[in-house]
Ligand binder design. Structure first.
Ligand code: MN
Length: 203
């Protein structure tokens, strides 16, 4: 059985950038629903119970057809949100990318500012519901978007940064002003976590 991961910070810890009410609903309701619906789908195929979720998502074509869409949507939702909660956190611990990640960002985007600009543009340009990602594939870092709860893992890419741009992630505080939410996001990215993740992909 998959379970809702606990956050390592309080619901109000990301204020004023992401409000407590949004965090509570997003984690305890939206994310919980993905977990519940994933478990309901997997209950039909107990032989999959021991497979790590990201392994199922990386090999969706091997998932039985009758639950493939449910695993893609709700398994993706569980994986994406579990990852997202670790990328964001209190502003006081946000920090900056370490030297190794900084050099990789400069190599692939020209500068940190260009990386930021491209990330913002992709997040703002995404039509409908989905995610914006910094991913690694091979030696290259790039920014991609996925629709709905699709994950870069399915395409063999390693996520380093995720931004949820579903309206449920920002509507209470920002209403239709997605740009303000995307701008606020930069204050809460936990760069030590992202840098550590990048280092692990080098191993
Ligand atoms: Mn969400």
């Amino acid at each position: 059985m998959h379970t809702l991961p606990q956050l390592s910070y309080a619901y109000n810890a990301l204020e004023p950038f992401i409000d407590a009410r949004t965090m509570e609903l997003h984690h305890s309701k939206h994310h919980q629903t993905y977990v519940d619906k994933l478990n309901a789908a997997l209950a039909v195929h107990p032989e999959l119970a021991s497979r790590p979720l990201d392994d199922l998502l990386a090999h969706l074509v091997d998932v039985p057809e009758d639950i493939r869409t449910a695993v893609r949507n709700h398994g993706g939702g569980h994986s994406n949100h579990s990852f997202f909660w670790t990328v964001i956190g209190p502003q006081h611990s946000a920090g900056t990318p370490d030297e190794e990640l900084t050099q990789a960002l400069i190599r692939d985007f020209g500068s940190f500012e260009n990386f930021q600009k491209e990330f913002n543009n992709k997040a703002l340009g995404l039509f409908g519901s989905g995610w914006t990602w910094l991913v690694r594939s091979g030696e290259t870092l790039s920014i991609i978007t996925t629709l709905n709860q699709d994950t870069p893992i399915t395409g063999g890419q390693l996520p380093l940064v995720a931004l949820d741009v579903w309206e449920h992630a920002y509507y209470l505080l920002y209403q239709n002003k997605r740009a303000d939410y995307v701008t606020a996001f930069w204050n809460v990215i936990q760069w030590s976590e992202v840098s550590a993740r990048f280092a692990r992909t080098n191993a």
